[in-house]
Ligand binder design. Structure first.
Ligand code: ADP
Ligand code: ASP
Ligand code: MG
Length: 439
């Protein structure tokens, strides 16, 4: 079995859905196809939900009307035969009726997630109708029947594996399956999701669940690049990454992959290929156990980071101080990304401020605390970079003019992380591109 995931831009236009239908059928291999929502849809649904949260009825109605028009045009261009076109119109009508009804109910977390799920539900149903029109045999398998979270809201891989096996077995000799990315059920059985960009995570979880031979992530660029192409002009695709390298890049901001989507594939040692729907013959990037080469491979940046600087003279020669600090973050389920220590101070970074005020209040009982917001983590990732010639030298020479506020090095052989004020991000990524990659 092979898993192929297509992102928003890969299904965002009728002609792209046509391309996808060719890519998934050209080799005749048993395949599970994971689809995102059409590009822009999830953002629109988030806005609709926000309008509801702020009781902005007019705004919500406008946005729903606008989105519905987009879908009406899409169906008109995608489905040329009368029967599938009628079915398409009917099903889109139902989804938009649901969105209009939600405007009369007060918003809860569960309703918000129901709203966000509409994008993937619509894209997969429309694609299925398109395949039907083209006489391509397939089965639409609802992700809500097998994608599930445990009580900690983490994907429950063994239960997913058990459930999906049952679903596939029910379709005997069928070879082509279509399902939704991103959406799932939580431990209470409610509709939930794997957070923004989560379709990559679905693909990797499904691949691990069925022990697929490969997990292909099809997107709008020819693989993982050495730097963020949205920020830096000259970037190049990387041929091969190890699972560890790819996981670091994804976690530290390379948007091409969902932050935690590598572990399921890594657990089952399934190669992940990053490929370009618009340029299918390009080699792309392969992610596997072996790194392929040593040295620095890429840099990524993660924004909206808050630095918490904790200072106490009681830390001097004291043991147990770090434990007390970590317990506070643990209590508020707030993960720490970077950490540095000195004799009397500890600095950590976090990427969510939801419980920041409670965390500061508790830390103030044992130390003095300073907070700096609007920070960016820049991570330089590669294989055995610690052993690579003068990498620190080259890095700091390149970014000489940048006010670096924290450095983390040695935690893993794959990563050097720097903390900088976000206003210096573009400059830093450009300087690293020149200094380390000579681009
Ligand atoms: P999809 O909708 O297919 O999931 P995404 O928009 O989530 O696609 O991810 C692809 C985008 O990620 C690219 O268009 C690119 O702008 C961005 N990106 C950011 N960093 C990188 C990187 N290091 N390599 C490749 N793409 C990157
Ligand atoms: N549609 C979802 C999002 O835009 C999931 C995804 O595309 O991966 O975040
Ligand atoms: Mg994505």
């Amino acid at each position: 079995m092979r898993v192929m995931k297509f992102g928003g831009t890969s299904v965002g236009k009728p002609e792209r859905m046509h391309q996808v239908s060719q890519l998934i059928t050209r080799e005749g291999v048993p395949t599970i196809v994971v689809l995102s929502a059409l590009s822009g849809t999830t953002n629109a649904l988030v806005e609709i939900s926000n309008c509801l949260a702020t009781q902005n009825k007019k705004g919500a109605t406008e946005k729903i009307d606008q989105l519905e028009k987009h879908y009406a045009q899409f169906i008109n261009d995608l489905l040329k035969k009368e029967a599938p076109k009628n079915k398409g119109e009917e099903l889109i009508k139902e989804h938009f009726e649901f969105l209009r009804i939600t405007q009369r109910i007060s918003l809860s977390d569960a309703l918000n997630k129901d709203i966000l799920a509409q994008g993937e539900l619509m894209s997969t149903k429309l694609f299925s109708l398109y395949l039907e029109q083209e006489n391509i045999e397939h089965v639409l398998i609802p992700a809500l029947d097998f994608m599930c979270l445990d009580a900690n809201d983490e994907p429950d891989l063994s239960l997913i594996a058990e459930k999906i096996k049952g679903v596939l077995a029910a379709h005997g000799t069928k070879k082509l399956f279509i399902t939704q990315g991103y959406i799932c059920r939580n431990a209470k059985g409610e509709v939930d999701n794997l957070k923004r960009g989560g379709s990559d995570y679905t693909a990797s979880l499904v691949a691990a669940a069925v022990k697929a031979s490969v997990c292909e992530i099809w997107t709008d660029i020819d693989g993982m690049h050495n730097n963020d192409p949205r920020v830096v002009d000259k970037t190049v695709a990387i041929e091969q990454l190890s699972f560890d390298e790819a996981a670091e890049l994804a976690y530290f901001g390379a948007k091409i992959l969902h932050p935690t989507c590598i572990w399921p594939a890594q657990q089952e040692n399934i190669p992940v290929r990053l490929l370009n729907t618009m340029q299918p013959e390009a080699a792309g990037t392969v992610i596997k156990k072996e790194a392929g080469s040593t040295g620095v491979k890429a840099v990524a940046a993660k924004d909206q980071i808050t630095a918490v600087k904790i200072k106490s003279t009681r830390m001097l020669l004291a043991y147990g101080f770090l434990r007390k600090i970590f317990e506070v973050f643990e209590k508020y389920k707030t993960p720490i990304d970077m950490i540095t220590t000195s004799e009397v101070a500890v600095s950590v970074t976090i990427d969510t401020d939801i419980h920041l005020s409670e965390i500061i209040a508790e830390l103030n009982n044992i130390a003095s605390v300073e907070v700096e917001k609007d920070q960016t983590i820049v991570s330089i990732v590669g294989n055995e970079i610690a052993k690579t010639d003068a990498v620190l030298n080259k890095l700091f020479a390149a970014i000489n003019e940048i006010p670096v506020t924290m450095v983390s090095y040695g935690g893993s052989p794959h990563n050097i992380s720097l903390l900088i004020p976000s206003s210096f991000k573009t400059k830093t990524l450009q300087l690293i591109n020149k200094g380390l990659f000579h681009l």
